[in-house]
Design a protein around this ligand. Structure first.
Ligand code: SF4
Length: 286
């Protein structure tokens, strides 16, 4: 089994078998992302995907979890996805979790019945990048989607019964839009009510449009304290009924964990403690 190029997976899939069903990202136009710049997008042949599964079966005695890479596997047509899920059931009968990355657009392009079918065939979890709920930030970063569509996509996954794990990027609004970014992102998440929320932090990568914007002074990156202040505003604005939040990505300065709403005050106090430590101020209020 040979992967084509670098393969990325969410931190929570560190023990999963990764099966590459696509190469690259079919969108590949977000201003801050360089993950798939060197790859030309394609869906891999079903025969090759199944061959990889058979190879992996020879290597691993037990496979509990499978992650379908690359960047947005859900873009693959529903028939092919059901064939992949069928083969997983046959080749890895012990596997109890199949997950995949999806852009909100990929979700919107599937019908509600498609999503239900994929769930019934064994797709357990979708990782969907929201990144920001601010329409200004979504335009600035060329996400190709607006906040209303983000809400529709998130609610569609929830309605299908597939577990929804969302990602957002702290600092994506820069110094200009950090308040709008925090407030509108919370608003979108409150409408969606995801099962999981992962906070990542913006990393400016060479070779991206954002990198040039930073060099030209058009985009100003938040410092550590400003990031904490933004996260504090976001968490305070969240009204999630049953969501596990995590900021344990390599990009994060502060590791946060909690189940909302139960741990909301604990998470808030953890952030406040860190702001106080660094700046020696008493408390931030909004
Ligand atoms: S952020 Fe996601 S959708 Fe955007 S280019 Fe990167 S992988 Fe593709």
């Amino acid at each position: 089994m040979i992967y084509e190029g670098i393969v990325y997976r969410p931190p929570s899939e560190s023990r999963s078998l990764i099966i590459q069903i696509t190469v690259g990202c079919s969108y590949n136009r977000c201003t801050y992302c360089n993950m798939y710049k060197k790859k030309v997008y394609k869906t891999r042949d079903l025969d090759l995907i199944i061959e990889d599964m058979i190879d992996a079966r020879d290597i691993y005695d037990r496979v509990d979890k499978i992650f379908l890479a690359d960047g947005n596997g859900l873009v693959v047509d529903t028939y092919t996805l059901t064939e992949i899920l069928k083969s997983i059931k046959k080749i890895f009968p012990e596997c109890n979790s199949v997950s995949i990355y999806a852009t909100p657009k990929d979700v919107l392009d599937k019908s509600q019945n498609d999503l239900k079918l994929l769930k019934d065939m064994g797709l357990k979890l979708i990782y969907m990048g929201i990144e920001s709920g601010s329409d200004k930030v979504l335009v600035n970063t060329n996400k190709g989607i607006n906040s209303k569509e983000l809400i529709q996509a998130g609610q569609k996954v929830k309605k299908s019964g597939i577990i929804l794990s969302t990602m957002i990027i702290s600092g994506l609004g820069g110094k200009k839009e950090w308040i709008d970014h925090a407030e509108k992102t919370a608003m979108v998440l409150n409408e969606i009510q995801p099962d999981y929320l992962a906070l990542m932090t913006l990393m400016v990568k060479k070779g991206t449009v954002l990198y040039d914007e930073v060099r030209e002074g058009e985009f100003q990156v938040l410092n550590k304290n400003e990031l904490l202040k933004e996260t504090l505003l976001l968490i305070k604005s969240l009204e999630l009924n049953n969501c596990i939040i995590r900021s344990n990505h390599a990009s994060n300065n502060l590791v946060l964990k909690g189940d909302l709403p139960k741990d909301k005050m604990m998470v808030i106090s953890e952030i406040e403690k860190n702001i106080i430590k660094e700046k020696n101020v008493i408390k931030l209020s909004f």
